[in-house]
Design a binder for this molecule. Sequence first.
Ligand code: NAI
Ligand code: MG
Length: 503
Amino acid sequence: MSDITKGAPGVPQAGTPASFALDFGKAWEYAPAPESPDHVKIAPKYELFIGGKWTAPQSKKYFDTVNPATEQKLAEVAEASAADVDAAVVAARTAFEKYWAKMPGKERAKYIFRIARAIQEKARELAIVETMDGGKPIKESRDFDIPTAAAHFFYHAGWADKLEYAFHGRKARPLGVAGQIIPWNFPFLMAAWKIAPALACGNTVVLKPAETTPLTALLLAQIIEECELPPGVVNIVTGAGATGAALVDHPGIDKIAFTGSTAVGKRIQRAVAGTKKRLTLELGGKAANIVFADAPIDQAIEGIVSGIFFNQGHVCCAGSRLLLEESVHDVVIRKLKDRMATMRLGDPLDKNTDIGAINSKAQLERIKELVASGELEGAERHSLACTIPEKGYWFPPTFFTNAGQAFRIAREEIFGPVLTIMTFRTPDEAIEKANNTMYGLSAGVWTDKGSKIFHMATQLKAGVVWGDTFNKFDPSSPFGGFKESGFGREGGRQGLGAYVEVE
Ligand code: NAI
Ligand code: MG
C-alpha cells in the first residue's frame, strides 16, 4: 500500500485507475521553503474581547484550536455563553450611544484607516497565524487574505465621511448593534469584510469567529485595542454554534450578518423572523465554470484550477462544476491533468505549497462521503497521486468525469478540492445546466467573444459572473447570492446599504 492511502479510505493508490500522475522526473521538485513561525507569538490562552477588555468567560469554559496540518493544539480559547454574549451586546450598545454613532464620519474614518495600516504592518504575522490555524497555503494568506482584508478597511475608511454621496443625498443612519457570525474558510478576511462596513456606517459590532479558526479575529481585537477605538465599538466573542445562536437570539441586536452553511442560514432566518432584526445571509454555492470551444484554453485551465483548488476548495463561490463545450472536452481534461500534476500538496507554511490542509476532521469526512457517493453513482474519479502527510487532514486534488446532473457531486456543496465535470453543446444548454442548482452565488464564462460573456451574464442566475477569469475580488465590487445562496450584498456601495437606514 502506498503512502497516500494511509488512514485515508477512499483515497486512491498511486497506480490505480482512479489516480494519475505525470512523470516529469525532477523538473517539478522544489527544495522546502517554509515560512518561519518563530517570531509569531500565539498565547497559550485567549479570553473574550468585551468592552475593550480581555474578559474571562462566565461559562469558565475553554476549547482548543488546532493546526489542521499537524493536529497540534495551538491555543485555548474562551467559550462564550449566553451571559457573555449579553455582556458583549450591552458593551456594544453603550459604545454605540456614547461614542460611535455621535462621532463625525471623518473621525470614524481615521480609526478605520488606522486599523488598515496596522494590518499592513502586521501582515506577515497575521498570514502565518491564519495558515497555522486554518491550514491554507501561506502564499494565499500572504498574497490574498491579509492584503484584501487591509483593502476592505482602507476602502470603507473612505466611505465613512461620504455616506450622503453613497445614497444620493439621502440621510443614512446607522442601525445600532450588528451581530456578525463568520465561517472558517477566510477567517480574517471575513472579519474585515463584516466589521469595516459596519463601522464606516456608524454601527458597533459583536463578532463571532468560527470555532476552528478563532485566532486571527483575536489578533484583530489586539489591533483594534492598539488603535485605541473607543471601548465596546468592536467586541469579539469566541465559541461554537451555541454562541452564534445566543447572538442571533439576543433582543439587543439590530442586525445579523451571517456567512456559512445554508442549513445554519435557514435556521437563523427562522429565528429572526418577526423581530426588528435586519438580516443578510451569504451561504453556499455550486458555481458553474463554463468553457466554450473558442475560449483561450490555457488561460481557462488556470481559472479552472484556481477556481476549485484555491484554499482546498473551501470557497463558497468555488467553480465546483465545470461545464465544457463537447468539442473541447478531451483537450481540457488532458491539459487539466498536466496542470494538476505540477501541484504540490503539503506543509501549508511552505511558500511553494499549492494545496494545504483540510480545515478540520469533520470537513474531511464530509468531503470523503460526497466523493464516495460520486463513485457509487457511477462518475469516473481522477485524483492526483501525491504523498499525503502522516499527520493532519488532507485530500488530493480530484475531478470527476461522466457525472450526471442529478448526482450528489453535481448538486451539493462539497467544499473541498473536488471538481465535477459535465458537457454541453449550445449556449442555451450551458445556461440551463448552470442554473440547474438551488444555489446562485457565482459563475464563470470562458470565451473569445465579449458579446457571449454579456449574453451569458444576463442569463446566469448568480450574484457574480466572472468573464475569462475566476475568483477575483475587490472591496468596491458587491458580492452576494441569488436563491439559496442567500441575500444582501457585501462590498461596494451596495454593501453599505446593509448597515444603514436611509431616510
Ligand atoms: P456552519 O454554518 O455551521 O458554520 C459557520 C459559522 O456559523 C460558525 O461560526 C459557526 O460557529 C456558526 N454557527 C453554527 N451553528 C450556528 C447556529 N445555530 N446559530 C448561529 N451560528 C451558528 O458551517 P460548518 O458546519 O462549519 O460547515 C458545514 C458546511 O457548510 C461545509 O461543508 C460547507 O459546505 C458549508 N460552509 C459554507 C461556507 C460559505 O462560506 N458559504 C462557510 C462554511 C461552511
Ligand atoms: Mg484551528
